[in-house]
Design a binder for this molecule. Structure first.
Ligand code: GAP
Length: 547
């Protein structure tokens, strides 16, 4: 089932801005592509979501402990983990439009398909037509803003065909895909593009070093010069972490020993990760700076299958618990050829986004790959000794082994997008005179809702604001995030808090002064109940803990 409107992007992005959930980064300077700021409501929602994860993974379990590691780690960490050599996307340039894109995400037409080049307007079409003629010596036919005449012949070849002619006038090598925006098959070779953000640590004059190196090596060809400069920069290079996971491997021993943990046990961390993504997409779904919630669960070799299924189910239940539509979540088991180099099995927990099912969290069986690599490259024994167990190889008591690892790796900012989509509802409602209007309501789970209760004096006089402020103070003292709100009519205030996802509105009216009662309005049903003022904190507390 779905409540997501067709033009979700415009609607959700506009609500996020209107109500202070998410803003474009550096907006007053024209904005920074794919970078976002979490506003007054967004920061609360993100923290609530991450705190719920921490509670469920760390505070409510004896077998998981937490850490908060630095974002910049020793570059050897990324060498050992394989991120320096292998954490890259294949990058391609369209030779005509200069569009740069990811080869593995590009559209793949079928053999026999026409390959039209779809330009933005006639002027661009004329320009591209001329470029293609000059460079590839073929004359494409232009109809409005579309260039025609190219067709896919087989998996390695496309050709140019004049009108109804079956024989191509010229053929070209086909790469297996076309450019995503214009559909052009005229493409550069693929290059691997590392996704890690690189910086320099310490007072290093890298530009000075490069200048000197170039002056001293003028005779080198450009490939060798590039390699030399790369080696030079690497000496002082550091990287912003592309995943939170590696800290749990390199701090395995410290955590295990200081807390006397016995296997199976896990180490959890949540926080920022950075990837210089070529394709950033769908608002905050894929961005360059994002937050993750990851846990490495260390298990005995041989027990990984059972633990993988345990964590897959545990994590699925957790996501569904806060959703209005649990049926919009599903698992997908990775095919063998899809598995990362370190994994022997993996499930994705997927959500039904408006563009189809896509990843929300990966639950991977990471084998003993990372601990072994870090042990090998650091010279530190990253193993575990179980006195109670028999060594299966020697048959003697006491078994030393490198633990296997199950990793539930979730996106916190991606999770936030999922719950914003799940919460967004448009409903037709009637006012007292029967007039219909659309109510936009964010049915966020009360535990995630940024503001738990809004306190609204019906009018700004007759002592009602004073009573309201006293209630807000009491809610604050009970650690309930509340908000005093007296601006605009009561109807407008209810609508404002519907959009903010505030589950309860407490209204102080004329009757309050007569009999010490107030009304509590439920966001989803819009029903109001009148309760004693003295019971208000207990009632809200109970509603929040039951939800
Ligand atoms: N340690 C394993 C790991 O990082 P991943 O599948 O690359 O695995 C885990 O990332 C989760 O982090 C993803 O399921 C997704 O929710 C989130 N994530 C990854 N890249 C992201 C990006 N560029 N923007 C937002 N979230 C991202």
């Amino acid at each position: 089932m779905s409540n997501i409107p067709d033009n979700f992007k415009e609607k959700i992005i506009s609500l996020c801005k209107r109500r202070g959930f998410i803003f474009q980064s550096s907006e007053i300077y024209g904005g920074l592509k794919s970078a976002y700021d979490y506003g007054p409501l967004g920061v609360e929602l993100k923290r609530n979501l991450m705190n719920e994860w921490w509670k469920s993974m760390v505070h409510k379990r004896e077998d998981v402990i937490g850490i908060d590691a630095s974002i910049i780690m020793h570059s050897k960490v990324w060498e050992s983990s394989g991120h320096l050599s292998g954490f890259s996307d294949p990058l391609v340039d369209c030779l005509i439009s200069k569009e740069r894109f990811r080869a593995d995400k590009a559209p793949r037409p079928k053999i026999g398909d026409d390959l039209p080049i779809n330009c933005n307007d006639k002027g661009q079409a004329k320009d591209y037509q001329k470029q293609i003629e000059d460079r590839f010596k073929i004359q494409l036919k232009r109809t409005g803003k579309i260039l025609k005449g190219l067709k896919l012949i087989d998996k390695n070849t496309f050709g140019h065909f004049d009108d109804d002619n079956d024989i191509p006038t010229k053929t070209f090598e086909y790469r297996g895909y076309v450019g995503p925006t214009f559909g052009s098959p005229f493409l550069s070779d693929e290059r691997q593009f590392n996704l890690m953000f690189r910086s320099q640590i310490g007072p290093v004059d890298v530009l000075g070093q490069i200048t000197k190196y170039v002056e001293e090596n003028r005779k080198l060809n450009s490939d060798d010069l590039r390699k030399g400069i790369d080696n030079l920069v690497k000496e002082s290079a550091v990287y912003l972490r592309p995943e939170t996971a590696q800290a749990m491997f390199v701090q395995f021993l410290n955590c295990q020993q200081t807390m006397s943990m016995k296997i199976p046990f896990g180490i959890a961390q949540m926080g920022k990760s950075f990837r210089n993504e070529i394709t950033t997409e769908h608002f905050i779904f894929r961005s360059c700076e994002f937050e993750q919630m990851e846990m490495e669960f260390f298990v005995e070799p041989g027990s990984q299958k059972e633990w993988l299924e345990y964590w897959r189910d545990n994590r699925m239940k957790w996501w569904q618990k806060f959703a209005n539509y649990p049926e919009n979540f599903r698992y997908r088991k990775h095919e063998k050829d899809e598995l990362a180099h370190y994994a022997d099995a993996c499930y994705d927990i997927e959500y039904k986004y408006p563009w189809g099912f896509d990843e929300l969290e990966g639950v991977a069986s990471r084998t003993d790959y990372d601990l072994k690599k870090h042990a090998e490259n650091s010279g530190t024994k990253l193993s575990y000794f179980d006195q109670q167990k028999m060594d299966p190889n020697s048959g003697k008591n006491g078994w030393r082994y490198t633990p296997y690892v199950i990793e539930p790796a979730a996106g916190a900012t991606r999770g936030l997008l999922v719950y914003l989509m799940d919460a967004y509802h448009e409903e037709i409602v009637k006012d007292a005179s029967g007039k219909e209007s659309t109510r936009v309501v964010m049915k966020l789970h009360p535990k995630l809702a940024p503001i738990k209760a809004a306190v609204l004096p019906l009018v700004k006089k007759e002592g009602l604001p004073e009573i309201a402020r006293k209630i807000v103070d009491e809610l604050f003292n009970s650690s309930i995030n509340a908000r005093y709100d007296e601006q605009h009519s009561i109807g407008k205030r209810y609508r404002r808090h519907d959009e903010a996802g505030t589950p309860y509105c407490i209204t102080i009216d004329g009757q309050t002064k007569e009999d010490n009662t107030v009304t509590i309005r439920d966001r989803d049903s819009m029903k109001q109940e009148r309760v004693d003022l003295k019971d208000i904190i207990n009632i809200i507390q109970k509603k929040l803990s039951l939800s």
